[in-house]
Design a protein around this ligand. Sequence first.
Ligand SMILES: O=C(O)c1ccccc1NCC(=O)[C@H](O)[C@H](O)COP(=O)(O)O
Length: 213
Amino acid sequence: MKTPEAVDRALKRGATHIGFIFFEKSPRYIEPDLAAKLAEPARGKAKIVAVVVDPTNDELDEIVSLLKPDMLQLHGNESPEHVLTIKALYGLPVMKVFSVRTADDLKRVEAYIGIADHFLFDAKAPKGSELPGGNGISFDWSLLSWLDGSVDYMLSGGLNKDNVAEALFITKAPGIDVSSGVETAPGVKSVAKIDEFFDAVEKANAPMMASGS
Ligand SMILES: O=C(O)c1ccccc1NCC(=O)[C@H](O)[C@H](O)COP(=O)(O)O
């Protein structure tokens, strides 16, 4: 999220999580002090999520002290040991992201069970992309069929108003995360598209748990 209008609309429509991207190459990058201002209306209404990629402690110190997030989303190659260190240092729940293209990409998940508090399954970035997330591409949702109720996860990757019902039907995901699918250009969220997305989720009669970043 980069504008008060987008935060406001997502909250009004029932977003459970509001994400801020702290990856400088991203068109969605936002300075921590600005993210803190934008997050104010969400505090206590939705979880404020700081999205980071292989963060240093210095980066996390600044983000956590300014934004005061409810959760950290780790979108890089953080090892289970690094996740444990981050949890111990900041005392915040962690959502570990797994980038998926094939079944092999899911083999790493087991090592994080009991370590990460939540999981996010996103599409692996296409070759040449500078962004580990927010690429607007999907993966084969049937790869998640082995997940049982013991894994608390969100699905993301190329979700939009036209495919979210099918994604939910196939995965029964307990949560969904969307970014490009509610934008008119990279990093430019559209209030109208946020509405269309939530309309589609409601129509699919899906679990009402959605986030955006
Ligand atoms: O969105 C970004 O620019 C981004 C950059 C670096 C790390 C993570 C990033 N996004 C994280 C997300 O959780 C996105 O919402 C997720 O990848 C889905 O994006 P999209 O396929 O565009 O819906």
